[in-house]
Write a protein that binds this ligand. Structure first.
Ligand SMILES: [Zn+2]
Length: 194
């Protein structure tokens, strides 16, 4: 009997070698959201109560985490972790929001099913992916979704998450694949080009 060995996801250092991904990471998400009729407010999912969490895997396999009130504070620590020899990998994850992969707005024609009219609509088109891996909208990086062993650290960090229903989870943050909104309209986007 052979053993199936799954290729590990790309490390953050490999990802940061890709200019499109590095630009994405370097761009703080816009926390101001237009709720219409001139009401522009701070988004509650990105402000207050430490919306950002750093997950560091050391060279011995230990997991260290830290939470941050702002993206910039988390990103500064993230950068310093990348430079350390005793750090194997690092993730800066959004604790309460889902993020689209790096991409850009494209205007496309759609035919409305109800009226048959052709309308123009802006859609977000990804331009960054890693073959063989799915984008985790919470880790904001390509990851693998699989059934995790009971001793995986995500269950220690978030003990209430255990469930046998739809058990495929991100190996870095533990979010269930089934819990990610399938509709990209519900994801936050980060614009790295104007
Ligand atoms: Zn994840």
């Amino acid at each position: 009997m052979g053993t199936i060995t799954l290729a590990p996801p790309p490390t953050m250092r490999e990802l940061m070698d890709e200019p499109a991904f590095a630009a994405y990471m370097a761009t703080p998400p816009n926390t101001r959201v237009d709720y219409g009729r001139g009401r522009v407010r701070e988004h509650p999912g990105l402000t207050g109560s430490a919306p950002w969490q750093l997950v560091v895997r050391t060279d011995t396999g230990a997991i260290r985490t830290a939470r941050f009130d702002t993206y910039t504070a988390g990103y500064d620590r993230f950068r310093s972790m990348l430079d350390r020899d005793d750090v194997a990998d690092v993730t800066l994850m959004a604790r309460r929001m889902f993020f689209a992969p790096p991409g850009h707005w494209v205007t496309r024609k759609f035919r409305e099913a109800s009226t048959g009219r052709v309308v123009l609509r802006d859609i977000w088109v990804d331009y960054f992916s890693w073959p063989g891996f799915d984008w985790c909208t919470r880790c904001r990086r390509p990851s693998r979704f699989m059934e995790l062993p009971p001793n995986h650290y995500v269950f220690r960090l978030n003990p209430v998450m255990r469930t046998d229903e739809d058990p495929f989870r991100c190996i870095t943050c533990g979010i269930r694949f089934a819990a990610i909104p399938p509709n990209p309209d519900l994801w936050m986007i980060v614009e790295t080009e104007s």
